[in-house]
Design a protein around this ligand. Sequence first.
Ligand SMILES: Cc1cn([C@H]2C[C@H](O)[C@@H](COP(=O)(O)OP(=O)(O)OP(=O)(O)O)O2)c(=O)[nH]c1=O
Length: 220
Amino acid sequence: MENSSGAVLVLASGSPRRAEILSEAGIELEIVPADVDEDSILAESDDLLESVQGLALAKASSVASDDAGRYVLGADTIVVHDGSVLGKPDSAEQAVEMLQRLNRRQHEVITGIAVINPAGETHTNYVSTSVKFRSLDEEAIAKYVSSGSPFDKAGGYGIQDRSFAPVASYDECYLNVVGLPMCATSELLISSGFEITGAIECVGHGAPSSVLSQGSGSQL
Ligand SMILES: Cc1cn([C@H]2C[C@H](O)[C@@H](COP(=O)(O)OP(=O)(O)OP(=O)(O)O)O2)c(=O)[nH]c1=O
């Protein structure tokens, strides 16, 4: 939906999931993927909550610098296991390693979100979700990796990939794991001045979305 001043939200992301989540919420988008060096931003601080919000802000800022006077949203999702950040796997071997590492274990999925408003003011937040993997055998991991799905996803998996269904349980906010916690995002947009007139449905707190299929996850 456009806000009352007719503004369209600029989404500084190439993630098809983020675009889908916002579109499902009825928000009209212009998609401008950001180009930032994620590894160097992550290396700047030991505080992962600060880093993930810094990454989201860096993505929003890189687009806002060419698109001043508009509302720009950036986001970044990381998987954290035992204090280490698992990014998107670079190879099939790395994808297998990540999935074996997460197998049967609990980890955190943290999404940082950032909004820059037309006045240039910045607003950031994050949501963290505890996720527990089910037991995956080698064959299932190999088949999933050969499907190619892990390569554009933090931790090498998609909670939404129903045929693989790696997640046994999670504590809150399904959409946070998929890449954009919609309740926190709508709150951030509203506090930055972007008007949302329709009701926002928060999947994981409420009814499942029809497109971003709810996997096998149940509440922890
Ligand atoms: C854990 C998990 C991550 N993901 C995705 C969400 C994000 O798209 C991606 C994490 O990488 P990000 O760097 O957050 O995002 P991106 O590279 O896809 O897009 P951009 O930087 O342009 O915004 O992993 C899932 O789709 N399902 C999952 O279960």
